[in-house]
Design a protein. Structure first.
Length: 433
C-alpha cells in the first residue's frame, strides 16, 4: 500500500509537520531522511510504514530518547526547498483583478469554457453508454434492410415505380422511434441540470441546450450513413451515378439530423415525457400524411394542401424521389396496359394523336388498328410532376429542409427560455421579496 503513493505529508503530535516530500523507491528517500536525523536504521525485512510510525512516536510508546521531529523538519534543507517553492508560486501568481467585480459575472467560467467542458462531459457519457449507440445503429440498419428487402430492386413497371416511391414513405416511419430514443435522454439531463447545476450556477442554460443538440449530431450522422447503405442499394441498386448516390446520402443524413433537432424542440418545452411523445407523434403524422406520396397536392382538401407546403417531409421525400427517380423509364406490365380498339379506318396513332400531345404516357404500336395498347406513364418524371416534384428543384429541396433544422434549433432555445427559464426566474424573484 505504501508504494502506491508518491509523496507523504507526515504529522507528529499536535498536528506539526514531521516530513513532507517524496517517498522514493521502497521508501528510500523517506528512510534516508529519518536515519540522517538520528533515527535508528530500518532493517531490510522491516515495513517502512511501521518503521516511520515507530520513530516518530506514534507507532510505539517505547521511546528511548525522544526527538522533536517537527523541529528537525523546520531546520532541514528539505523544508527550505518547500518554502522556496511556495514563495516562487506566490510571487508568480496573477494579481487580483482590479477592474472586474465578481458580482458582474453570473458564472465562474466564460461561455466558451462552459461549452467545452459540458460537451466534453456529454461526449464521455455517450461513450460510456454504448448500448444507446448500438440501439440507434440497430434501428437504422434493421429498418433500412427490412424496407429495402421488402421492395428489393423493383422493376420499371408502374407498380414497381410506386413501390419504390412508397419505400421512402415507409422509411420515414422510423422518425417516431428515433424521437423516443432521444427525448428520454434529453428530459433526464434536463432534470439533472435544473435540480443540481442551474441552482449552483455551474453553467448557463444556453450551454445546456446547445450541448444537447450538438452531442447528438455525430451519432445521428453515423446512423444516417448506416441506414442509407442498407436501404439505398437494396432499392435502387448501385448503377446510379455518384452524384445521385451522394445527394441521396445527404438527404438521408439531413433527415436524421432533423429528427434530433425536432426531438430537442419538443423536449425543451414539455413538462413530462408522455406529453412530449404525444405532441411529437401528432406533428409527425400531420407531416407524413401531407408529404404528397399518398395523395397528390391537387387532390387534397384545402387544409391538407396547405399542410403539404409547410411539411418538412415534403421536401425530404421530394428531394430523394427527384434525385433517385429522375429519368427512370416506366414500362407498363400487361395488366397495367389500357387496351382498346381504334375507330374504323383509323390507326391507334391517328386516334390518340391529339390526346398524346398533352397527356403523359406512351402508345405502343401506332400503326395498329385493333387492340391499341396505351401505358398511362412513360417516365417517372411524369408521375412526380403531378406531385410538384422536379429534378431541377432537387437542391432547392435540400436547402429548404436545412431551414427546418435551423428553425428547430432556434425554436428549442426560445421554448426552453419561455417555459423553463422565465418561470424559474420569476419564482426566484418572488422568493427574494
Amino acid at each position: 500500500m505504501f508504494e502506491h503513493f508518491d509523496r507523504l505529508l507526515l504529522l507528529a503530535k499536535g498536528g506539526k509537520t514531521a516530513y513532507f516530500g517524496d517517498i522514493g523507491n521502497h521508501g528510500r528517500l523517506l528512510l534516508d531522511y529519518f536515519e540522517s536525523k538520528g533515527a535508528r536504521q530500518c532493517l531490510p525485512d522491516e515495513n517502512p510504514a511501521e518503521y516511520i510510525l515507530e520513530v516518530v512516536g506514534e507507532g510505539s510508546h517505547e521511546s528511548t530518547q525522544p526527538i522533536d521531529w517537527a523541529e528537525k523538519w523546520n531546520q532541514s534543507p528539505q523544508n527550505q526547498e518547500v518554502q522556496d517553492y511556495l514563495h516562487h508560486i506566490c510571487s508568480n501568481s496573477l494579481p487580483p483583478p482590479t477592474t472586474d467585480k465578481p458580482s458582474d459575472f453570473e458564472f465562474a467560467m466564460p461561455i466558451t469554457a462552459q461549452l467545452y467542458q459540458v460537451m466534453k462531459r456529454d461526449f464521455q457519457q455517450y461513450h460510456r453508454q454504448p448500448e444507446y449507440i448500438f440501439a440507434k445503429l440497430a434501428l437504422g440498419i434493421v429498418c433500412g434492410l427490412f424496407v429495402g428487402f421488402s421492395f428489393w430492386m423493383s422493376d420499371n413497371s408502374n407498380q414497381g415505380f410506386q413501390n419504390t416511391l412508397f419505400s421512402l414513405f415507409l422509411l420515414c416511419t422510423i422518425f417516431t422511434t428515433m424521437l423516443n430514443q432521444i427525448m428520454p435522454k434529453f428530459v433526464e439531463k434536463r432534470a439533472l441540470y435544473e435540480l443540481r447545476e442551474r441552482p449552483s450556477k455551474t453553467y448557463s442554460w444556453k450551454v445546456f441546450i446547445f450541448s444537447q443538440v450538438v452531442v447528438e449530431l455525430p451519432w445521428q450522422a453515423l446512423l444516417g450513413i448506416c441506414t442509407w447503405a442498407s436501404f439505398y442499394f437494396s432499392v435502387y441498386g448501385g448503377n446510379q451515378d455518384p452524384e445521385r448516390q451522394g445527394l441521396v446520402l445527404l438527404f438521408v443524413l439531413q433527415f436524421f439530423l432533423f429528427a434530433s433537432s425536432f426531438a430537442s424542440l419538443i423536449a425543451s418545452a414539455v413538462s413530462n415525457l408522455a406529453l412530449g411523445s404525444m405532441m411529437a407523434l401528432f406533428m409527425f403524422v400531420l407531416s407524413l400524411l401531407s408529404n404528397g406520396v399518398m395523395q397528390p397536392p391537387s387532390a387534397m382538401p384545402n387544409f391538407w394542401s396547405q399542410m403539404h407546403r409547410v411539411s418538412p417531409l415534403t421536401y425530404y421525400v421530394g428531394g430523394i424521389s427527384a434525385t433517385a427517380l429522375h429519368g427512370r423509364p416506366i414500362v407498363c406490365s400487361d395488366r397495367e396496359l389500357v387496351s382498346f380498339d381504334a375507330p374504323a379506318a383509323q390507326t391507334c396513332g391517328e386516334y390518340l394523336g391529339k390526346f398524346l400531345k398533352t397527356a403523359p404516357g406512351k402508345l405502343y404500336d401506332w400503326n395498329s388498328t385493333a387492340q391499341c395498347q396505351y401505358c398511362p406513364l412513360s417516365s417517372a418524371d411524369q408521375y412526380l410532376a403531378g406531385r410538384d416534384i422536379s429534378w431541377e428543384n432537387r437542391w432547392e429541396y435540400y436547402g429548404i429542409f436545412w431551414a427546418y433544422f435551423v428553425f428547430n434549433i432556434f425554436g428549442a432555445v426560445l421554448l426552453y427560455y419561455l417555459f423553463r427559464v422565465l418561470p424559474y426566474s420569476r419564482a426566484n424573484k418572488a422568493i427574494a421579496k
